[in-house]
Design a protein around this ligand. Structure first.
Ligand code: PLP
Length: 387
């Protein structure tokens, strides 16, 4: 048996065995719909029946993610949104109530308010950075707490251990969207959470190549509930996407460390620029929850946001004059991206709700990539100086 290995080793080797038929070092892309059964009585003797219900390439990624997050099992999905959808479907029924972080990816808010409410599920969008707000929001019919930390796009943090305590006290599962920090920097299950959600589209893939999602569960029982929805609804990850994500995940630590180091340099540069009014990065001592960021995660990540003098018009002008930074949705990949959440990722969050939770019109979000940091700064500098 292999001894217990450290994270950087496990990101490469966990979940993957040489192919039993050929010895191929990479798990092959098992591009097949169905699996031949030896006999009626030996049905499933090789573990697979039909690729919606399970596929060896997809399973290899699920095993890797289970290992990296320290869970009992994982299910992967066609997108991060499908993963969140599966958690809501697995744990909520008509008449139930869920508490969701008031700042979260716009698609999460849209899914809750525009789809699940149609089926009689109620939501409270609570300030989950404040444990008292979470406590006060719990009702007799609360069946799920879903937090996102750091939250997209404001980077507000939730104290995972504090909210998990409240959830446990009421026997409610706590699901954490860990997309921004990945298991390399933050392991919610170790902090008491029950389910960990990922948009694997972001850092786990890391190359702007795929769209995918995952849910890692603390127990086999929770995993079974999520996997039941995965098979029943069919929004599965394809073997090609699983294969690319398996390769991307092998360099997670190297990319995260380099991108986060770039982010720190960029955040400090922005803080020193006279035209910049606000800079937000969990690694800066000026970040309001810097102590929590340092305590609950082992890195600060590579997401930064800022606002400039002159508000929205000036922010848009700066975005439009960037040459190396790419104006695009998505985050977490090796290419540095710049996003205007109000018109892009969070356009479906109503203006009043955006204002209530601090997603301001002038907020410019940076996903810091792997380029030479001096080139990234030169580009920001020319855009700011000419604004
Ligand atoms: C924190 C977070 N969770 C979930 C999602 C949804 O993931 P996907 O785009 O893979 O459906 C996103 C997308 O930006 C995200 O930022």
């Amino acid at each position: 048996m292999m001894p217990v290995m450290r994270f950087a080793t496990r990101q490469i080797h966990a979940g993957v065995e040489p192919d039993p038929t050929t010895g191929a070092i990479l798990t092959p892309i098992y591009q097949t719909t169905t699996f031949v059964q030896e006999s009626v009585d030996a049905y499933l003797s090789k573990g697979y029946s039909y690729s919606r219900s399970g596929n060896p390439t997809v399973q290899a990624l699920e095993n890797k993610l289970t290992d990296l997050e320290g869970g009992a099992g994982a299910a992967t999905f066609s997108t991060g949104m499908a993963a969140i959808h599966a958690v809501l479907l697995a744990f909520l029924n008509a008449g139930d109530h869920a508490i969701v972080s008031d700042v979260a990816y716009g698609g999460t808010y849209r899914l809750c308010t525009k789809i699940f409410t149609r089926f009689g599920v109620e939501f409270t969008f609570a300030d989950t950075s404040n444990a008292d707000d979470v406590k006060k929001s719990v009702r007799d019919n609360t069946r799920l707490i879903l937090t996102e930390t750091p939250a997209n796009p404001t980077l507000k943090l939730t104290d995972i251990a504090a909210v998990s305590d409240i959830a446990q006290g009421h026997g409610i599962p706590h699901a954490v969207d860990n997309t921004f920090l990945t298991p390399y920097y933050q392991r919610p299950i170790e902090l008491g959470a029950d389910l960990v959600i990922h948009s694997t589209t972001k850092y786990l893939d890391g190359h702007n190549a795929t769209i995918g999602g995952a849910v890692v569960s603390r127990t086999a029982e929770l995993d079974e509930k999520v996997r039941f929805v995965q098979n029943a609804t069919g929004s599965i990850m394809s073997p090609q996407v699983a294969w690319l994500t398996l390769q991307g995940a092998k360099t997670l630590t190297v990319r995260m460390d380099a991108q986060s180091a770039n982010a720190m340099v960029i955040a400090k540069f922005l803080e020193s620029h006279p035209k910049v009014e606000t800079v937000c990065y969990p690694g800066l001592p000026s970040f309001p929850q810097h102590e929590l960021a340092t305590r609950q995660a082992s890195g600060y990540g590579a997401m930064v946001w800022f606002e400039v003098q002159g508000g929205v018009a000036a922010g848009k002008k700066i975005m439009d004059s960037l040459k190396l930074w790419t104006r695009a949705e998505n985050l977490g990949a090796v290419e540095s991206l710049v996003t205007h959440p109000v018109t892009m990722t969070h356009a479906d969050v109503e203006e009043a709700e955006r204002k209530r939770v601090g997603i301001t019109d002038g907020l410019v979000r940076l996903s810091v990539g792997l380029e030479d940091v001096d080139d990234l700064i030169d580009d920001l500098k020319q855009a700011l100086d000419n604004a």
